[in-house]
Write a protein of this length. Sequence first.
Length: 236
Amino acid sequence: MGDVVIASVGVPSVADPVHVLVVGKGWVPAYADGGAVPKGDGLDGFVVTCASGLDQVSESAQGDAELSVVVLDHELSGMGDWSAIPIIHMHIGNVPIAIVIDEMSADDAWSAMNHGITGIILKNTEESIIRNALTLIASGETYLCGSVIDALRPSPSNGRRLGDIELRDALGHLTSRQFQCVRLLTGGLTNLQIAKEMVLSEKTVKLHLHTAFRKMGAHNRADAVRIAFLHGMTPH
């Protein structure tokens, strides 16, 4: 399975260029000299700042008032138990955080998302996909690599998947429209794409998802996808 975007398919429009702070050694060597990454793959480029450790995050973030994404190497100290994330947020505010990692289990992926990580990228990912992922994350979307998505789709322990009506009830008694919106969300559609698929206005889709998230006890889009997958939902 290829890489999957939880909340979007395609690349949304964001400010040009995207400002990225990469924290950690030995990842994305092509970006190591900072400055603007050459344009390509339909994207408008990046301005990249590199820091070798978490102790440099504050200074690096203050040096870029247009910071859009922070990318952390999972091998950094404090990343194993995610204790570094709250500290980083103290310095960068609500700037999205992504991690790069060699591989990740389902449990670690859940934990990462519960700690506010909105992007999980494998270190061996092609550069064009990395660019798309960073652009998506900068726009407020959630990006997970395909291997993580596969791990997040458990089979029910009794071997039987819930039917749609049972699943709607298990997710908080969703209405049929709310349920369909969530299912399309797990398939990687944006609000606009869901609206076109369901022949609704984008505003109505946002309302359905907002209500569905509340019923599901989901904090955000990524959390809603996590809960849906845990209950055995599969995108159609």
